[in-house]
Design a binder for this molecule. Structure first.
Ligand code: FRU
Length: 509
C-alpha cells in the first residue's frame, strides 16, 4: 500500500512536470517566437539564402550559417531541403570554411551538360559558386580578400567537394567582390555570372564554370546607392509574350525604410550587357525585414524568390534564444504592366495552400465601427492568412494586440496613398534603437479596388498589397501572443470579402 501511494505520488510528480514543460513549450521548433510556417535553422545564426536550386523534385536551400553561435561568425553553408518550399528538413552543414576563407553567399546550378567536367559515370554535377572571404587578408587591409570558388556534388546535394583549382575568379582589387549568381544563358550556350562589385554589377561569362571572362558593368550611376551592393540576381520573365530581364540588387544600407533592402531593375540582356528600360528606383519589398533575396535556379519559367527576413541594423540583437532569423515565405515573381510601366509583383507560392486550415469567409464588413475579428474565428494565435478584397480602397487598419496592450498595426493611409506597418508598440523593441517604428510603402496603382494578403506568423507579418505590387515584411516580438485581431477604418471602408485561413505548423510536434 505504502509502495502504491509512493508510486501514485511519483506519477503525479512526473505528469505535473510534463504539463509545465508542455505549457512553456520549448520543444524544438516550438519555442517562443519560432516561426511556424517559415524556415529557420534548428539552432544558431542564419543570414542570406544561398545556392537555391531545384533538382530531382527537391528544392535545396543553402544559407549563410554560423554553427558556433547565435551571432554572425565564420560563415558556412547550412542546408535544408523541401519538396514544396513549405515543409523543410535541415540537413548536415554543406560547406565549411577552408584555407581560402569563409564561405560567403553564392548560387548553385545543375550542370546538365557536364561543362565543368565534374560529372562522373554519367552523374550530373550540382555546382556551387560562392565567395571565399579571407578574414586574414581583410585584417591585413588588403583589397583582394574576396574571390569566387567552386564546389560540386554528385549525390544530389548531400555532400560537396571543393574544386582543387579554387579560386576560379580572382579579385582585381575591389574590396566588395562577392555573391556570384550564375545562370545558363541558353541563346549563346554559356554561363553568366552576375557579381556584386561594390557599387555596381559586373557580368562575367564562362563555358565551363572554371574560367571567366568579364563582359560588362552596370549600375554605378543608377538605382539606390545608400550602401554597398550585394547578392544580385538576373532572371528572365515574360509579359504578354515579350521577354524582359530583371536584375535584382540588394543594397545595405539604403533601403526605403532604413537598413538593408532589395531593389530591382527591369530591362534587356543580350548575353553581354544589361540595359534597363527606365531609371526609376524600384523595390521588391519595402518593409524593414527582407534582405539578400534571390531566386531558385532551375525552376523553368517559374521564378521563385526567397529573402532573409531580417535587417543588418539589428539582426544580431533580436530576442530569440536558440536561433537567430528566418526566411520569408517563398514568393512567385511576375511582371505586370502598370500605367505603361513594367513592374515586378511577388505573392506567396501556391504551395502554401497545402497547410491551409478551414477558412472562415466574411462578406461586406462595414468598418464604420471597429470589428473584432478574433471573436468570430477560433484559435487566432499562431500563423494565419488574411485575404482581403476591397472594391473602393479607402483608409483601413488591421490591429493585432494582446492583453499587455502591445500592438502591431497594418493598414492603408488614403491621404498619403501609402500602406504601412507600425511596430512602435509591438512588444520587445528596446534591444536596438532602429527596431521600433512605422514603415511605409507607396501604393503603385491608381484603380479603386485592392486585393490584399496578410500573412501572420509568430514573429512576422508579410503584406502583399494590390496582388503583390507593394510588399512589406516586418518582424516583431510581443511578450505574449497577439490574440486579438480587429479591423477598423476612419472612412467607413467596406471590406467586400475577407477570408481568414488558419495555417498549420510546418514543424512536427
Ligand atoms: C549579405 C552579405 C553578403 C555576404 C554575406 C556574408 O547579407 O553581406 O554580401 O556574402 O552576407 O555572410
Amino acid at each position: 500500500m505504502q509502495k502504491n501511494i509512493k508510486l501514485v505520488f511519483l506519477w503525479l510528480l512526473i505528469s505535473a512536470s510534463f504539463k509545465s514543460f508542455a505549457q512553456t513549450d520549448t520543444t524544438i521548433y516550438h519555442e517562443q517566437y519560432r516561426p511556424q510556417v517559415h524556415f529557420s535553422p534548428q539552432a544558431h545564426w542564419m543570414n542570406d539564402p544561398n545556392g537555391m536550386v531545384y533538382y530531382n523534385g527537391i528544392y535545396h536551400l543553402f544559407f549563410q550559417y554560423f554553427p558556433g553561435g547565435t551571432t554572425w561568425g565564420p560563415m558556412h553553408w547550412g542546408h535544408a531541403e523541401s519538396r514544396d518550399m513549405i515543409h523543410w528538413k535541415q540537413l548536415p552543414t554543406a560547406l565549411y570554411p577552408d584555407s581560402l576563407g569563409y564561405i560567403f553567399s553564392g548560387s548553385a546550378v545543375v550542370d546538365s551538360n557536364n561543362t565543368s567536367g565534374f560529372g562522373k559515370n554519367g552523374k550530373i554535377p550540382l555546382v556551387a559558386i560562392f565567395t571565399n572571404h579571407d578574414p586574414k587578408g581583410e585584417r591585413a587591409g588588403r583589397n583582394d580578400f574576396q574571390n569566387e570558388s567552386l564546389a560540386y556534388s554528385l549525390d544530389n546535394g548531400a555532400t560537396w567537394t571543393k574544386y582543387s583549382g579554387n579560386p576560379v575568379l580572382k579579385n582585381p582589387g575591389i574590396r566588395d567582390f562577392r555573391d556570384p549568381k550564375v545562370i545558363w544563358y541558353a541563346p549563346e550556350h554559356k554561363w553568366i555570372m552576375t557579381l556584386a562589385t561594390q557599387d555596381h554589377i559586373t557580368f562575367y561569362s564562362s563555358s565551363n564554370l572554371k574560367t571567366w571572362i568579364k563582359e560588362s558593368e552596370f549600375g554605378k550611376q543608377l538605382g539606390a546607392h545608400g550602401g554597398v551592393w550585394e547578392c544580385p540576381d538576373l532572371i528572365s520573365l515574360k509579359l504578354n509574350g515579350k521577354t524582359y530581364w530583371v536584375l535584382i540588387m540588394n543594397v545595405n544600407p539604403g533601403g526605403p525604410n532604413g537598413g538593408s533592402a532589395t531593389q530591382y531593375f527591369v530591362g534587356h540582356f543580350n548575353g553581354n550587357i544589361f540595359t534597363p528600360v527606365d531609371k526609376e528606383v524600384k523595390w521588391v519589398d519595402y518593409g524593414p525585414d527582407e534582405y539578400a533575396g534571390v531566386t531558385w535556379c532551375n525552376t523553368g519559367t517559374r521564378k521563385i524568390f526567397l529573402g532573409w527576413m531580417s535587417n543588418w541594423e539589428y539582426a544580431g540583437d533580436v530576442p530569440t534564444v536558440k536561433w537567430r532569423n528566418a526566411m520569408t515565405i517563398p514568393r512567385e515573381l511576375k511582371l505586370k504592366n502598370v500605367n505603361g510601366k513594367v513592374l515586378l509583383s511577388s505573392e506567396p507560392v501556391n504551395e502554401l495552400s497545402s497547410i491551409y486550415g478551414k477558412p472562415h469567409i466574411f462578406t461586406n464588413i462595414n468598418l464604420n465601427k471597429s470589428v473584432l475579428l478574433s471573436d468570430k474565428v477560433d484559435d487566432k494565435a499562431g500563423p494565419y492568412l488574411l485575404k482581403i478584397k476591397i472594391n473602393q480602397l479607402k483608409n483601413f487598419q488591421v490591429k493585432l494586440s494582446n492583453s499587455k496592450n502591445e500592438v502591431l498595426l497594418i493598414g492603408y493611409d488614403s491621404q498619403k496613398k501609402q500602406y504601412y506597418i507600425d511596430r512602435t508598440h509591438s512588444g520587445k523593441i528596446t534591444f536596438n534603437k532602429n527596431f521600433p517604428g512605422k514603415f511605409v510603402a507607396p501604393r503603385l496603382v491608381n484603380f479603386s479596388s485592392s486585393d490584399i494578403t496578410i500573412l501572420v506568423d509568430n514573429s512576422s507579418v508579410e503584406l502583399f498589397a494590390d496582388n503583390g505590387l507593394t510588399v512589406m515584411s516586418c518582424v516583431f516580438f510581443p511578450n505574449e501572443f497577439y490574440r486579438n485581431l480587429a479591423l477598423s477604418s476612419i472612412e467607413g471602408t467596406i471590406i467586400n470579402s475577407l477570408k481568414f485561413v488558419k495555417l498549420k505548423s510546418i514543424w512536427p510536434r
